[in-house]
Write a protein that binds this ligand. Structure first.
Ligand code: ADP
Length: 397
C-alpha cells in the first residue's frame, strides 16, 4: 500500500514548525523549523533520516518562502507524492470549533473573526494555511484547535465572575489551550492504566515553555488552567500565569508603563525568566538553583508550588483520581520539578519512587510513584500525531 504522509504545520509569528507523519506507522519521517522569519537571517532547519541540515533563506523571507522551500525539499527527497493531507495547529477555535475541521472559505473567514481573541497566534496560523494552500493546491487542509478539547468544560469552570455581557456579547470566558496534548495524554493514560477512556479520571500537567494543567473526568476536560488566552494559570517559561489583575492598572497609572509594555512583561519577561533573571529554560534555572542561586531557587519553588496547588484543586471536579500525568519538555524530563510537586501532594498519599522518577526521562514513559501511592505517570506527548490522525480521519470521512 502507498505510504500516506500528513504534513503537519504549526505556524508562529516569526517561526514555523513542521513535520511529516506516517499515518500508518505514526513515525515522524521528516521534521524541522523555519526560524527568524522576517529577519536578516531567516533559516529552515530540518532533520531527515537522522541527519540535521540548515538552509539559509534570503533576508526578510517570510512564511510563504519557508513553506515553498520545504515543498521543494519534499520533492527533492521524493516525499511529495505520498503527502495526502495537511494538518494545521490552530491556537484559538473559540466556541465555534469543538473538533477539527476541513478548511474551506467559510472556516477561513471564521478563523479570521476569531483572531481578535488570539491576536498573537491566530493570524500566524492563517498565514500558514494560506501559504500551504498555495504550495499544495490539490490537498485538503485540516485545522486542529488547541481549544477544542476543552469545549466540554461546564459553565461553572469556564465562566469568569465578570458582568454577564462580557461573555454573552464579547465571548470573554475561559477557553483553555494545549488541547491536542491533553487529549493525547488522555488516550495514552487510558492505554497505560488499561481503562476505557470514558471511565478515566486524570490530571494532565503539560509543562513546556507554555504550561497548563487539566482536570479530565470520564475522558473529557472539565477544567483547565489557561483562560481566555494562554497567559492564565501556571508559572511558565516567560508568562506570569495567575496574578492580581489590578497589577496592570497599577503599573500603568502609578509606574508609568504603557499598555504594550505591561503586555510584553506579562507574556515575555515573566515566569521562570522574570523570577530567575537568567533564563526561561528550566534546565538553566535548575542548574543554578542547585548551585545556590537564590533567585533560581525561588523560581523553582514558585513554579512547583503553583503547580501543586492547581493539581490539588483539580481533585475537586474529579472526585476520584486514576493518575496524575506529567508531560511537555519539563514534565517529561525534569525529575527535580516532579519530585518537588509530588512531595507537596503528600496529603493525598502521593509518594515518589525515586529511581523510577530518575529513569522516566528523555522520552521514556513510566510510573514514578511507589506501589501504595496514588499513581503519577510520565508520558511523552505527541501533538503532531494527534493533528495527523485527525487530518487522516477527516479526509477519509
Ligand atoms: P514548547 O512549549 O516550546 O513546545 P517544550 O515542551 O519543548 O516547549 O519544553 C521546553 C522546556 O522543557 C524548557 O523549559 C526546557 O528547559 C525544558 N526541558 C527540556 N529538557 C529538560 C531537562 N532535562 N530538565 C529540565 N527541563 C527540561
Amino acid at each position: 500500500m502507498k505510504e500516506s504522509l500528513v504534513f503537519v504545520l504549526n505556524c508562529g509569528s516569526s517561526s514555523l514548525k513542521f513535520s511529516l507523519i506516517d499515518s500508518q506507522s505514526h513515525a515522524e519521517v521528516f521534521s524541522g523549523l523555519g526560524d527568524s522569519l522576517g529577519s536578516d537571517t531567516p533559516i529552515v532547519k530540518y532533520k531527515y533520516q537522522g541527519t540535521k541540515h540548515t538552509i539559509d533563506l534570503p533576508a526578510q523571507s517570510m512564511h510563504q518562502k519557508a513553506v515553498d522551500t520545504i515543498v521543494d525539499l519534499l520533492a527533492t527527497l521524493s516525499l511529495s507524492d505520498n503527502v495526502t493531507a495537511i494538518g494545521h495547529r490552530v491556537v484559538h477555535g473559540g466556541e465555534l470549533f469543538t473538533q477539527s475541521v476541513v478548511i474551506n472559505e467559510q472556516v477561513l473567514s471564521q478563523l479570521e473573526q476569531l483572531s481578535k481573541l488570539a491576536p498573537l497566534h491566530n493570524p500566524a496560523n492563517i498565514i500558514g494555511i494560506k501559504a500551504a494552500s498555495i504550495a499544495f493546491p490539490a490537498l485538503k487542509q485540516i485545522a486542529v484547535f488547541d481549544t477544542a478539547f476543552h469545549q466540554t468544560m461546564p459553565p461553572k469552570a469556564f465562566t469568569y465572575a465578570l458582568p454577564r455581557d462580557l461573555y454573552v456579547e464579547h465571548g470573554i470566558r475561559r477557553y483553555g489551550f494545549h488541547g491536542t496534548s491533553h487529549l493525547y495524554i488522555t488516550q495514552q493514560a487510558a492505554k497505560v492504566l488499561n481503562k476505557p477512556i470514558d471511565d478515566l479520571n486524570i490530571i494532565s500537567a503539560h509543562l513546556g515553555n507554555g504550561a497548563s494543567v487539566t482536570a479530565i473526568r470520564n475522558g473529557k476536560s472539565v477544567d483547565t488552567s489557561m483562560g481566555l488566552t494562554p497567559l492564565e494559570g501556571l508559572v511558565m517559561g516567560t508568562r506570569c500565569g495567575d496574578i492580581d489583575p489590578a497589577i496592570s492598572q497599577y503599573m500603568i497609572d502609578q509606574l508609568g508603563y504603557t499598555n504594550d509594555e505591561v503586555n510584553d512583561i506579562f507574556n515575555k519577561k515573566s515566569g521562570l525568566l522574570g523570577l530567575s533573571g537568567l533564563s526561561n529554560d528550566c534546565r538553566v534555572v535548575e542548574e543554578h538553583a542547585m548551585r545556590d542561586h537564590d533567585h533560581c531557587q525561588l523560581a523553582v519553588e514558585v513554579f512547583c508550588y503553583r503547580l501543586a496547588k492547581y493539581i490539588a484543586s483539580y481533585t475537586v471536579p474529579l472526585g476520584r483520581l486514576d493518575a496524575l500525568v506529567f508531560t511537555g519538555g519539563i514534565g517529561e524530563n525534569s525529575d527535580i520539578i516532579r519530585a518537588n510537586v509530588i512531595h507537596q501532594l503528600k496529603i493525598f498519599g502521593f509518594e515518589l519512587d525515586r529511581q523510577a522518577n530518575l529513569d522516566a526521562r528523555f522520552g521514556k514513559e513510566g510510573k514514578i510513584t511507589v506501589k501504595d501511592s496514588p499513581i503519577a505517570l510520565v508520558i511523552p506527548t505527541n501533538e503532531e500525531l494527534v493533528i495527523a490522525l485527525d487530518a487522516i480521519a477527516l479526509i477519509e470521512e
